[in-house]
Write a protein that binds this ligand. Structure first.
Ligand SMILES: O=C(COP(=O)(O)O)[C@@H](O)[C@H](O)[C@H](O)[C@H](O)COP(=O)(O)O
Ligand code: MN
Ligand code: MN
Length: 347
């Protein structure tokens, strides 16, 4: 994959985050989402690449989306061969969530980000619009914890791998009725639980870094977000596993009452997924030779600052990681608007 893409991709997530953050706290989640989508699409279409969206956003709640199959980038134009190099013409697959945590943005809460993952063609699992049971953990626990084990067993393994007591572990779980039993079990095992209302991508990636005070993500969130989290965790060498959830009883939401177990299994079969119980690890969800993840904070988070406006501009913080580079690049950018000379305040 062309190295310069990673630099341009930073601007894609930055522009999405800035656009979305203008809706921060206004109580309008669809507008926050749509602004991010449009900004992401506009900036992506300026990149010399032949991109294809394989994971878009918004199918479940019919939010505005960069749709699956949409082609993005200058080199997708019919006469691209005239102005794009052979390398630029190679197709890359892109998984996007322009506004991960739309509710967080709408209600001015922490942890929302503009995120995407890219890889060469077929390098990212085309996750259906299903729920996914997820387990994320730090690199030291990679391959030791296992989503097929009980939370109690995994906490014991995690405590050994991280050389700390179970009481010193913090597990992030989405605050949903479906997780009542999981939360009780984690607490009974002695670990502490951090409940989040939204934003499990951020929680998963936090497990890839020491010093975040987040040692695991457990529970059920959306599958597309699982692929983006897996891409980031592959780049970081962390543990990520996901299992698609086809049984509505596991999810237990008013929406899920419309589905049946058999119907979901049939839907999976139609998509070529024969084994509904398969556990996917990060290398399968993001199987490409080269995988890159980029994210930019919309509201403040554990990993990144949110967008901060000042008279005449704003400041963003992004993270870019890839399987190619041996870096985790936190990018602090000051964006200026207008032509007048500006005083840039570094504090
Ligand atoms: O919080 C989330 C919402 O993402 P978005 O719609 O892009 O703002 C994600 O982090 C979760 O993975 C997931 O979408 C959520 O868990 C869906 O579950 P639920 O709210 O219970 O339907
Ligand atoms: Mn979203
Ligand atoms: Mn999301």
């Amino acid at each position: 994959m062309d190295n310069t893409i990673s630099l341009e991709i930073i601007e894609v997530v930055e522009q999405a985050a800035i656009a979305s953050s203008r809706w921060m706290g206004l109580g309008k989640k669809d507008e926050a989402d749509e602004a991010a989508v449009e900004a992401m699409r506009e900036r992506m279409n300026k990149i010399h690449m032949r991109g294809r969206i394989v994971i878009g956003e918004g199918e479940r709640d019919e939010a505005p989306m960069l749709y699956i199959g949409e082609e993005v980038g200058i080199c997708t134009q019919p006469n691209a061969a005239e102005f794009c190099t052979i390398e630029e013409l190679q197709e890359i697959d892109i998984a996007v969530d322009p506004c991960e945590g739309t509710n967080l943005v709408a209600y001015g809460q922490n942890g929302s980000m503009a995120v995407l993952a890219i890889s060469e063609r077929n390098g990212l699992f085309r996750a259906p619009d299903f729920y996914m049971d997820k387990l994320a953990a730090p690199p030291a626990a990679k391959g030791h914890v296992d989503i097929r084990k009980t939370p109690t067993q995994n906490l014991k393994i995690l405590s050994e791998c991280l050389n700390r007591s179970i009481e010193e572990l913090v597990v992030v779980v989405m605050d949903r009725p479906r997780h009542k039993g999981l939360i009780s079990e984690i607490r009974a095992a002695g670990a502490r639980v951090r409940l989040i209302s939204d934003g499990d991508v951020s929680a998963a990636i936090c497990c890839g870094f020491a010093g975040t005070n987040i040692h695991a993500l457990m529970g059920i969130g959306a599958a597309p977000e699982g692929v983006i989290s897996a891409a980031a965790m592959r780049c970081l060498g962390g543990h990520f596993q996901g299992r698609l959830v086809y049984d509505p009883a596991e999810v237990n939401t008013p929406e899920s009452e419309k589905w049946t177990r058999e119907g979901n299994l049939a839907r999976l079969k139609e998509m070529g997924i024969e084994d509904g119980d398969k556990v996917y690890d990060a290398n399968e969800l993001a199987c490409g030779k080269d995988v890159l993840f980029a994210g930019c904070g919309i509201t403040p988070g554990t990993l990144m600052e949110g967008v901060r406006f000042f008279g005449g501009g704003c400041r963003t913080q992004s993270l870019v990681i890839s399987t190619q580079s041996k870096t985790a690049r936190f990018v602090d950018t000051i964006h200026l608007t207008g032509d007048a000379p500006k005083t840039i305040n570094l504090r």
